[in-house]
Design a protein. Structure first.
Length: 170
């Protein structure tokens, strides 16, 4: 659906479940995203939620595939998670990204997230997007900064403090 120099981004398929579960089962990967690995059931429910985004809204989270190997390496995209954080947050597309730990530091996250943002802006006409990041997650905050996000507040979500960031495509 989206092609970059090194990556393919597409909606999830059932074949993605096993590598998806492995990514979300890695304690290092989830340290700043909820703090605990997903159960098989929770990973399955999340994957179904992603399919619902595409079906009902026409956009959502992309599976990211490395072109040279054909391997699933992570996800990125924008969604409507209805987090209940207020109109200044919930009313905008929310960016998300996570990648398998062995590809960290290769620039894949920036390449994929930028492509997803460009697609979302063009397709949905969205002028503003948001994201929610643990303040201790420096790699994610750095990526958000490279994408043009700036902090605009803090929120407590599921018992954890997070930074709310926004980006204008204008």
């Amino acid at each position: 659906m989206i092609e970059t120099e090194r990556l393919s981004l597409r909606p999830y398929t059932l074949a993605d479940f096993t590598p998806y579960l492995a990514m979300w089962s890695d304690p290092e990967n989830v340290r700043h995203i909820g703090g605990r690995p997903l159960s098989r059931e929770d990973a399955w429910n999340r994957l179904l939620r992603y399919a619902g985004h595409w079906t009902l809204l026409g956009y959502g989270i992309f599976a990211v595939i490395e072109k040279t190997s054909g391997r699933y390496i992570g996800e990125t995209g924008l969604a409507d998670f209805h987090r209940g954080l207020g109109e200044d947050f919930d009313g905008a597309g929310e960016a998300a990204w996570i990648f398998v730990s062995d590809v960290h530091g290769r620039g894949y996250a920036l390449e994929a997230a930028q492509a997803a943002h460009d697609w979302f802006t063009e397709r949905m006409g969205a002028a503003r997007t948001v994201c929610l990041i643990d303040p201790a997650n420096q790699p994610s905050l750095s990526l958000a900064g490279k994408l043009g996000y700036e902090p605009f507040g803090q929120a407590v979500y599921k018992g954890r403090t997070a930074v709310m960031l926004e980006r204008s495509s204008a």
